[in-house]
Design a protein around this ligand. Structure first.
Ligand code: DAH
Length: 360
């Protein structure tokens, strides 16, 4: 059995140098396949004397084993290298933010509503809701607007249909979000802090009025609430909403049946080429109505005005959207014109938060 060392070296070197599985398979056949060199040598064992066979047998077996394990080792290392290559090629940064290709967009009214909710939530207000078809008691009487009160006609109310002979006072499409105050007081009492965003309806139509629009009502009730709390809350709100440090508000004495005293709130601003600048300039823009909740309203909500006071406010959401995002005509808000929505809409996955940015 000469030349076994040379044979061993030849195969082990070639196995180490093999570059793929096919080359390894060829080597396996050439060495230990049926007609492989090592197999042929093993066959020669039969022609040997017992002594010769005793020496050569184990050597050949060892050679066969060595080649078998060299083949397996090389195969494994080729597989490792292939995996390594693949991992390099298919590398993916899972920390990279997604790139949404959504086609829809968020309507400015939804965007602004989300912004308002985020700001008031941060001040401890929760969100309350009420029906859009209201009884006239919730919409008017409970808010200290008796049947003969001029507000009823001023608000251009839509009345629901009643069948002939049905003498009950018709329901109305709510003309403001204020009835949610009453519903919330009756259901939850005081103390409480809520905002109530939603749709409201009035028969009116021009550049700044549509028959359906959006308001957000605010209500805070507790034992020692004053106008000072109202002023601070509204200033904080405006600062966060308009995203400017220096906001200045002017409280103008006014009248609402459901508050006493009542104030309309104006925001210091200027107009530069049709673009609003908040917090500077000589103009004032009315942005909301507010006041201390009228004792009669508290009583209608089942709350004792001797024990509890509170402030309330009502803001036009669409108007805030027009101001903040420079949108000139309210009617276009509700035309469902895709070009308008693409222009003024917001990215669907940008949820406004105080920390992440409201309109970023
Ligand atoms: N409800 C009033 C409106 O629609 C807005 C309003 C004014 C709401 C003063 C209030 C308030 O809560 O205190 O015109």
């Amino acid at each position: 059995m000469d030349g076994l060392n040379a044979l061993k070296k030849k195969y082990l070197d070639q196995i180490m140098a093999a570059s793929d599985e096919a080359a390894l398979e060829d080597l396996r056949l050439a060495a230990i396949g049926k007609k492989g060199e090592v197999s042929l040598k093993m066959r020669e064992l039969g022609k040997m004397t017992p002594e010769e066979r005793k020496r050569a047998g184990p050597v050949l077996n060892a050679l066969k084993n060595e080649i078998t394990s060299a083949l397996a080792a090389r195969k494994a290392s080729l597989a490792d290298a292939a995996l390594e290559e693949r991992l390099k090629a298919e590398w993916l940064d899972v920390t990279l933010a997604g790139r949404p290709r959504s086609r829809g967009s968020v309507h400015p009214v939804s965007q602004v509503t989300e912004e308002i909710v985020a700001i008031f939530a941060d001040m401890g207000f929760s969100v309350a809701e009420g029906p859009q078809i209201e009884s006239d008691w919730y919409n008017f009487d409970a808010l200290n607007i008796p049947p003969e009160h001029p507000t009823r006609t001023e608000m251009d109310t839509f009345y629901m249909h009643r069948d002939a002979g049905d003498e009950r006072v018709p329901n109305v499409l709510r003309t403001h979000t204020s009835p949610v105050q009453i519903r919330h007081m009756l259901a939850h009492g005081a103390p409480t802090r809520i905002i109530a965003p939603g749709r409201v309806y009035r028969a009116d139509y021009d550049q700044t009025h549509t028959p359906m629009f959006h308001q957000v009502e605010g209500l805070a009730l507790d034992r020692d609430i004053s106008m000072a709390n109202l002023k601070w809350t509204l200033e904080e709100f405006c600062r966060a909403f308009f995203e400017v440090e220096n906001v200045e508000l002017r409280f103008r004495a006014s009248h609402f049946p459901f508050t006493e005293p009542s104030a309309e709130v104006d925001l210091r601003c200027s107009w530069d080429k049709g673009q609003l600048k908040v917090g500077e300039g000589d103009d004032w823009m009315e942005i909301l109505g507010s006041g201390m909740v009228h004792p009669k309203v508290l009583r209608a909500g089942g709350i004792d005005p001797e024990q509890v006071q509170g402030f309330a406010f009502g803001i036009g959401i669409d108007r805030l959207a027009m101001l903040k995002y420079g949108i000139p005509d309210l009617r276009a808000f509700f035309d469902c014109d895709l070009r308008w929505l693409r222009h003024y809409g917001f990215r669907a996955l940008d949820v406004p938060t105080l920390r992440g940015g409201l309109s970023a």
